[in-house]
Design a protein around this ligand. Sequence first.
Ligand code: FAD
Ligand code: SF4
Length: 494
Amino acid sequence: MSGDHGKDSLARAARAELEALAGKALTPRDRLAISSQDMPCQDPVARGGNMHEVAEGYDEAQARLEAERCLNCKNAPCVEGCPVRVDIPGFIMKIREGDFGEAMRLIQRTNLLPSVCGRVCPQEKQCQEPCTLGKSLKSVEKAVQIGRLERYVADRARACGDCDLPRVPASTGRRVAIVGSGPAGLTAAVDVRREGHEVVVYEAFQKAGGVMVYGIPEFRLPKELVRGEAGRLEEMGVRLELNFLVGRTRRLGDLLAADGFDAVFIGAGAGLPKFMGIPGENCVGVFSANEYLTRANLMKAYDRPRAATPIYPSRRVAVLGGGNVAMDSARMALRLGAEEVRVLYRRTRDEMPARAEEVGHAMEEGVKFDFLSSPTKILGGQDGRAEALEILSYALGEPDASGRRSPVAIKGSEKVVPFDTVIVAVGNDSNPLLARTTPELKVDKWGHILVDGRQKTSIERVYAGGDIVLGAATVILAMGEGRRAAAAINEILQ
Ligand code: FAD
Ligand code: SF4
């Protein structure tokens, strides 16, 4: 891998390599020897002080050279690894041919949010994990960079205005309500609308997009992209009702019984933050990651003079947890001006659930990691503000049910470390509102809605998918569930 992540030098090197390959009939061995293309990124020091996107995206030469690496495998294991089964070798061949419009059309047949997925999908665990090229080179990092190519095609299509809207036939007179506008809800809405049914999306927040808008920060996923995708929905005739909380503004049962909907899809996500259950979590300066990121992303709390609910400046921030949400919170805290940000995680880097790329980016930006440590209490001052954490050290023991080595507390290792802000990022549960206001809706002990193989809930004509069913998962899995539910809804409305 090149150590230079500058856009110009990476593009220059790619152009030179492409020119050297021009006119040659490449054998698989030649393709294995082509350099894997790094993602150009903003300089780590500069980006710690701004909200602009960190990854800058390939230029055309990089995209074409990366596409030349693909072996165009007949069995295409990469497609098997993609939850929405994008025709990966097909779109990569179109990039090679320079037919970017057709590449976009191939992707859009099954993925309606390619510029989002190209940025945030954990490709190293999905399509890139089984890639034949990566296996031949004995490193998943050397697999064809499918996500980066998908992002390139989608960004280019957007810049050229070359994104076809799915065709909407004449109205069938059938009506479908979608609860929640995250990736599950948006995908279900498009697929149902494609059949000519009327679709209304009800969203509790003032903006559509779910976690893509209020959770994942601007520096990883520009909000303009999500706005664009929601705007396309409206162009297809989908109605968005914002600031509408189903279960309070209107009950789920009323949508079917009184409001004339023929079916409902619930994609309400997993937005209820979990806490550690340690003393002191009620101190001022202790946030759930959800609240912290929502205030920063959705309510622009970093704009202190103008924000309705500004986040006061922190000096020393502790982030508790080891997932993507913890990485996003830590990197956001740095951008909000914290002097020091430390991630506390009970295991080691090898067991961290966060994407390796995100951990690497956080480290480059100056986030510090205290592995094998976790707090036992938060100590507050007389004014009720958090002042310090009592931290216990751990060692790794035997593997637990998740297959990861379990953390074992080291007795007597407690120490007190000063922090004025604590962000708890240890996971989310489902919001119980819908289940509480709709007793016939069956949920499991974590509040996840129970569905059958076609995403149908315990109530006739009511379907559900995404995090509200899976628990906190991923954008692409939520989209896959939205798609499956839409297919079932379309069938019953035929
Ligand atoms: P959500 O995106 O949560 O959307 C649900 C929507 O429903 C919300 O807008 C909510 O306001 C609305 N809603 C809830 N209840 C009601 C109601 N009663 N009435 C009306 N509206 C309602 N995944 C990745 O693949 N890659 C990543 O890099 C990644 N990073 C993440 C970072 C953070 C900080 C977080 C929190 C999550 C991240 N995820 C990531 C996970 C991913 O975002 C989720 O799995 C995905 O968004 C789930 O989609 P969904 O449609 O099920 O729910
Ligand atoms: Fe190309 Fe890898 Fe898919 Fe084979 S598995 S078609 S090399 S992307």
